[in-house]
Each structure stands twice: as structure tokens, then as C-alpha cells.
Design a protein around this ligand. Sequence first.
Ligand SMILES: Nc1ncnc2c1ncn2[C@@H]1O[C@H](COP(=O)(O)OP(=O)(O)OP(=O)(O)O)[C@@H](O)[C@H]1O
Length: 272
Amino acid sequence: MPILELKNVAKTYHTRFNANAVQALTDISLSVEAGEYVAIMGESGSGKSTLLNLIAALDKPTAGSIDLNGTELSTIPESRAAKFRREHLGFVFQDFNLLDTFNVKDNILLPLVLSKTPVPAMEKRVLALAPQLGLADKLTKFPYELSGGQQQRVAAARALITDPALLLADEPTGALDSHTADELLTLFGKLNQAGQTILMVTHSAVAASHAQRVLFIRDGRLFHQLYRGDLSQDELLVKISDTMTAMLAKQTPTQAGKTASADAAHTGKEAD
Ligand SMILES: Nc1ncnc2c1ncn2[C@@H]1O[C@H](COP(=O)(O)OP(=O)(O)OP(=O)(O)O)[C@@H](O)[C@H]1O
């Protein structure tokens, strides 16, 4: 069973007086299996944040269903949504979102404190996780004492401390220089190899080329998807760039020429 399954999801935003409805997402169906590493790409305004907000149960779809780790999100009462998010999801954002007055260890432990985990269990978990993220010697530091890359690793540790079914990352490399971004993406790759399911929204073709599958959204619809298969990262990067070019040129995937057909032949799969 997939960790995440969206069926025919649509989202319409209504302005206050209902005059100008914005159809942000239309008929999105997709699933993410346990252990997958999926990137979502699309132009500004294509609906990526809307999609993440729906998956994170921060907002509700206008139509369709979203099943996360065996629970249909619409069945979760508002009062239990925060607890559900804490138990099933980890979040990494572009701007780290660390608490300045908490040291690294307390930042990482925050979700466990909120879920009232006993202190010995918290200690055990943070001591096991920190070395995996290169943070073993940083636990008593404060965020302002760390580089951007280190801060983002603290954010990743905080996201992973609850052992979430799905790690959601929204432009995680957006505030990092290219070298540091590369280090973070290598870390995500390692986490994924160790079994972590990851869904990452990104504008960066390089970042997306670290994933096993890349979904492209255009005007709120699933435009295309690419599978890594046995392509190298560089080969996938070329295909991603071709698809982005086609998307910006408003072509269909097949008009984009080899991109779609070669990928379909390679994987036997193709989106809509
Ligand atoms: N709360 C809202 N009320 C009305 N319209 C909204 C709201 N949030 C988003 N939209 C509209 O929905 C569409 C999709 O927006 P969304 O933020 O999901 O795109 P995005 O792909 O995440 O963009 P970006 O890459 O710039 O963050 C856009 O037309 C946007 O203006």
C-alpha cells in the first residue's frame, strides 16, 4: 500500500466575495510508495505549495481524497490535525525555521517534547540521530553559531526525530549556496537509501536530479513525470531540463520530443 495516495484532487481558492475563484489544482492523482524519493517541480504559481499544504493536512481539497499512511485526511478532525502531522510527517522548509533561543538539541527534540515523550527516550533518540546528520558535536550550540548548511541539518534532524512515515521538504536548498545545497542533497540521498520516504518541492533541476522520480506540475495539473530508473544523476538532470523547457514553452510532453517517449520506453510509465 502506498504511503501517500492522492485521487482526483482539486483545490479552488475563493476570494472573500467569491468573485474570483482560483483553480489552483485540477484532478491530481498520484501515489508515493514507501522508500521513494520524489521531487515536485513547476513554475511559480503552478500549485506546488498548495499541493504540499493539502498533503500536510494544513488545508483541505475542494474535491478528491488524500490518504496518508492509511488515514484519509478528511476524516481527521481539526483538533487532532497537529498531532497527526507530528506523528506521521517531518517538515523541512527553505528558511530552516529554528527557534533562536533554543540550542540545537532542544530544537531537534521539540516535536518529542510536544508529544510528551519521556526524557530518557528523547535522549536516546537524539544521540542516535545527531551523528547521522553530522551534528554530534553541535548539540549545545545555538542556531546563530551555525552555518546555513548546519542549520538546515538541524531542521532535518528535527523533522526526522519522530521517525516520520514521510519527510516533506519545501525548497530545502533554496537558502543554501550550491556547495552546501549539494551536501544537504547528498544527505537526503543517504537518508532515502536508509529507507526514508521523501517528497521534496524544488525549483532547482539539480536538486530534483537527486530524486528517484520527478513530478512536473503546470497550471495545477500533473504535466509529466520522469523516473530515474538506471539513469545517472547527470542524465536525469538533462531530462529534467528538457522537460522544464517544454513546460515553459507550453508544449505537451510528447511535443517535447525524446524526453517523454524515451522516458516512457525506459520505465514503461508515463503520467497522464
Ligand atoms: N490562499 C490563497 N487564496 C487565493 N489564491 C491562492 C492562495 N494560495 C495560492 N493561491 C493561488 O493558487 C495558485 C497556486 O499557488 P501556489 O502557491 O500553490 O503555487 P507554487 O507553485 O507553490 O508557487 P511558488 O513556486 O511561487 O511558491 C496561484 O495562482 C496562487 O495565486
